[in-house]
Every structure is written in structure tokens, then in C-alpha cells.
Design a protein around this ligand. Structure first.
Ligand SMILES: Nc1ncnc2c1ncn2[C@@H]1O[C@H](COP(=O)(O)OP(=O)(O)O)[C@@H](O)[C@H]1O
Ligand SMILES: N[C@@H](CC(=O)OP(=O)(O)O)C(=O)O
Length: 448
């Protein structure tokens, strides 16, 4: 039995949904189908999830929300009409979205329910269309599927007790169509995962039903060795390990959510990234282990919007507990950090800009100065992180020198370097301004 997840681009309009249903029809083992909300139909379009977020915000602020509501309804209306599905389905979706919007739930809970209604509507539509073309299919709500999550709006985590419940889905008849992106708390409150979280649903279902394969259908033939929006026609990756993919998606390969590998990895379920628009292409396989042959670097990922908090203190190496005290100040402000490169007398903490608001910065700086008596304290914003990834790097000499040469050729100054202890990745911090030319130069050095 396989789990097939279809992303927003695969259900963006009726033509795409027909392709999705053909893919399901072409293989009887595709029993579990997870869908996202309709995504962008072209570059300038807006994802339904983004419209729903706008709807929730507008409603909460007491402003007129009707025009954005109409835009959302129009997206479903066009799809339902073109698929020749009954008008009652559109009424059902419209009524349920309106009811969610007008519910008495606290704003935070309501926002998640409004946001998730895009996935819910997609699943109802796909299931109805499958039945129309003669495939027995049932819409399954995540509550019915047994997806119990933590009480963290917008950032829920699956709870372990879900898996035995999900396993029972194996006994159900026909194709089961499950909306991605959300689950329910033990108190029956709907909570969404973080953005892009339908990939997580697919992986949870795959782990729960112990699927033979988790197929993740998107709009590219494979995972490329570098973001195709930066380098034209980059090299395709045929096989990746879980570890490599986790590092790459964490560091910016938005094609697959970085948290989504964990459930599949725990049950050792292979993942295949495939293209809805070209399903016969083999795609990229993500597996536990692979043979090391060819290039030791598999991919180069990058992300922007980081800042660094740099502290220097003479004899820091001798001061027991310095690192803990610094990180404690960040913990007290609920700031999570990404990397901590350090020297003898200095330490940097790399944080996402969104985590480190100006208000938090003021409080953190004040406390560091008062409590840690550092000699230097510097905050730098607008940093980009580049991650060079590959399991084969640990047994290969000269990777860092090849990379630093590539930065030099791109005339970009490296602000920091951090090699993860697993030696699967090397991280370089640079100013955002030099990002694209660095990536092109690194790509040329490792894949050119
Ligand atoms: N290294 C990469 N390989 C493939 N695609 C990538 C990579 N980095 C970024 N992307 C982008 O990810 C997109 C697919 O992810 P996403 O938009 O989330 O799809 P979906 O709509 O299927 O959820 C691709 O269209 C591509 O622009
Ligand atoms: N629709 C949600 C969840 C998701 O996974 O979407 P997509 O498959 O389009 O990345 C979002 O936009 O965050």
C-alpha cells in the first residue's frame, strides 16, 4: 500500500485535479491520498491558504472581509464547475467555511480552523471526483483518521498515540482521501502544522499504515542539487538519504518540509518525490542508506533572513557555564537558535530574524551586558546561510577548500563556517547580498 501526497500546485485547478485522479487510478496500491489546498495557478497567483490567512486576519480586525471570502469561494466554484461536480458540494464548502469564521472559538483556535479549511475542501472535491470517475473513494477527516496533535496552534506536533489508530485505516475499503496540514488535540481542537505541513501529514499517514512507499507529488521532476530558481536546469538528484534530505530541506529546499521526514524515517519508509505533470519520470528516492558513488556533495541549499549575536570575552574558554548562561537568556525570551559556532574567546549564536524581534533584541542585549560582562557584543542582521550537504563528504579531503575558493571567485566574504558534528553538512554564513552569485559559483565548483 502506498501513500500519495499531492501538493498545492497539483490541486490548483480542475485540470491538475484530473491529473491527480489519473495518477491514483493508474496504480491500485495508491490507497491513501493526502491533499493540500489549491496552490498557485501561475507565478502571480495567490495560494488558497494565503487567502484564508488574510480572511481570518480581516475578520478578526472587524474590517470588511466579503471580497476575500468571495475570492476563495470563486476558486472552489471554478474547480467544481469544471469537474462537473454537484453545486451542493460548493454550498457545503462555503457554509462550512463561513461557520468556522463565525464560530465563538478564541481567535488563535479559529485562525487554524479557517487556515485548514483549504485542505479540507480539496479532500472533499478530490474524493467526489474520484467517485465520479468510478473509483470508490471516501473523504476521511484527520480526527477520524486518529491524528492527535499537541496543543500548539500553527505549529502542532503529532502525538505517538496516533500511530496505532492510523494503522486501522488499512482495513477500510477503497481509496481514502485525507486533508493534509492539520490534526486535532485530545480536546478536539483543530491545530495546523507549520506552513507546508501537508508533507508532514503524508509522512505520518505513511508511518501509521506502514506503507511500502510515500510518494510526494509536486511540480518538478525531482529534487535538484540546487534551487532551480537560482541556477537554470540544475542536476537532478536520483537518490538521497533521509539525513541528506533533512539537512537540505531545513536549509532551504522548499520542495519538501524539513519536519516531514521524521515519521517516515522512524518506520524506514522510502519517500519518492515525483511530478504530477510528468508522473512517468522516476523522481528522487529518499532512503535510509545509499551506495556512495560519484559526487560526495549531493546538494547546496540556502536560506535568508538570519541574524547573528556575537559575543567576545577574554578567557571565555575558562569560564564554566558561560555558554549555558548566554543560551539561558535566549530561552527566557523564547528565542530558538539555529547554530552556535564558537572560538576560544568568542561565540556566535545564529538566529532566524523572525525569532529575534527588535523588542527581544533590546532585552537580550541589556541582560548580556549586565549579567555576562562581555568585552564585545555585536548583532548583525541580513545574513544568509548556505549549506553544502552530502554523506560522502566525511571521507573526502578538500571540500572546505573547494568551497572557500568558490566564494573567493564570487567575491563574497565568508562571515562564519560551521561543520555539523555528523559531517553531513558544512554551513557558511554570508551577507545576503552575495547569496545568488555564491550559489552559482559553488554549483560550478561541485557540479560544473
Ligand atoms: N532543490 C530543489 N529542487 C526542486 N525544487 C525546489 C528546490 N528548491 C526549491 N524548489 C521549489 O520547490 C517547488 C515545489 O515545492 P512546493 O511549491 O511546496 O510544491 P507543492 O505545491 O507541490 O507543495 C518547486 O517548484 C521549486 O521551485
Ligand atoms: N496549504 C498549506 C500546507 C501545504 O503543505 O501546502 P503545499 O503542499 O502547497 O506546500 C500551506 O500553504 O502552507
Amino acid at each position: 500500500m502506498k501513500v500519495a501526497k499531492f501538493g498545492g500546485s497539483s490541486v490548483a485547478n480542475a485540470t491538475q485535479i484530473k491529473k491527480v485522479c489519473d495518477i491514483i487510478k493508474s496504480d491500485d496500491s495508491r490507497k491513501f491520498v493526502v491533499v493540500s489546498a489549491p496552490g498557485k495557478r501561475n507565478k502571480e497567483d495567490i495560494k488558497v491558504t494565503d487567502l484564508l490567512i488574510e480572511l481570518g486576519d480581516t475578520y478578526a480586525s472587524g474590517k470588511a472581509y466579503e471580497s476575500v471570502f468571495e475570492k476563495i469561494v470563486k476558486r472552489y466554484a471554478d474547480i467544481i464547475e469544471e469537474l462537473d461536480l454537484p453545486k451542493s458540494l460548493l454550498d457545503e464548502i462555503t457554509d462550512s467555511t463561513k461557520k468556522t469564521l463565525e464560530s465563538d472559538e478564541p481567535d488563535e483556535i479559529k485562525f487554524d480552523a479557517v487556515k485548514a479549511s483549504g485542505e479540507d475542501s480539496s479532500a472533499r472535491i478530490v474524493s467526489a471526483y474520484l467517485n465520479k470517475i468510478g473509483i470508490q473513494a471516501t473523504y476521511i477527516n484527520p480526527k477520524e483518521a486518529g491524528m492527535i496533535v499537541s496543543n500548539q496552534p500553527g505549529n502542532a506536533q503529532i502525538l505517538p498515540e496516533s500511530f496505532p489508530e492510523i494503522n486501522k485505516l488499512r482495513d477500510r475499503e477503497g481509496v481514502l482521501v485525507i486533508p493534509g496540514f492539520f490534526g486535532y488535540t485530545a480536546n478536539d481542537k483543530l491545530m495546523t502544522f507549520s506552513r507546508g505541513g501537508s508533507d508532514i501529514t503524508g509522512s505520518i499517514i505513511a508511518a501509521g499504515v506502514k506503507a511500502e512507499l510515500y510518494e510526494n507529488f509536486t511540480d518538478v521532476d525531482s529534487v535538484f542539487s540546487v534551487n532551480p530558481n537560482i541556477v537554470e536546469n540544475p542536476k537532478e538528484i536520483t537518490v538521497l538519504t533521509y539525513k541528506e534530505m533533512r539537512e537540505l530541506s531545513y536549509a532551504g529546499f522548499s520542495v519538501f518540509h524539513d519536519e516531514a521526514l521524521i515519521p517516515a524515517f522512524q518506520e524506514k519508509i522510502p519517500v519518492c518525490i515525483k511530478n504530477t505533470n510528468n508522473p512517468s519520470a522516476p523522481g528522487t528516492m529518499i532512503v535510509a542508506e545509499k551506495e556512495q558513488n560519484g559526487n560526495c556533495v549531493v546538494g547546496i541549499a540556502s536560506d535568508t533572513d538570519f541574524c547573528s549575536l556575537y559575543v567576545e570575552k577574554y578567557l571565555m574558554n575558562r569560564e564554566v557555564g558561560f555558554g549555558r548562561k548566554l543560551l539561558q537568556i535566549l530561552e527566557d525570551e523564547h528565542v530558538s537558535f539555529e547554530h552556535v559556532p564558537s572560538g576560544i574567546d568568542d561565540m556566535s549564536v545564529i538566529i532566524r530574524n523572525s525569532e529575534f524581534t527588535p523588542e527581544k533584541e533590546t532585552r537580550v542585549v541589556e541582560r548580556i551586558q549586565q549579567e555576562l560582562q562581555v568585552n564585545t557584543l555585536k548583532i548583525r542582521r541580513n545574513l544568509a546561510m548556505i549549506m553544502v550537504v552530502g554523506e560522502g563528504m566525511k571521507s573526502t579531503i578538500g571540500i572546505i577548500s573547494k568551497a572557500t575558493n568558490a566564494f573567493a571567485e564570487a567575491n563574497v566574504n565568508i562571515e562564519m563556517v560551521n561543520q555539523g558534528s555528523s559531517e553531513v553538512s558544512i554551513m557558511f554564513g554570508i551577507e545576503e547580498e552575495g547569496l545568488e552569485r555564491s550559489i552559482r559559483s559553488l554549483y560550478k565548483a561541485f557540479f560544473g
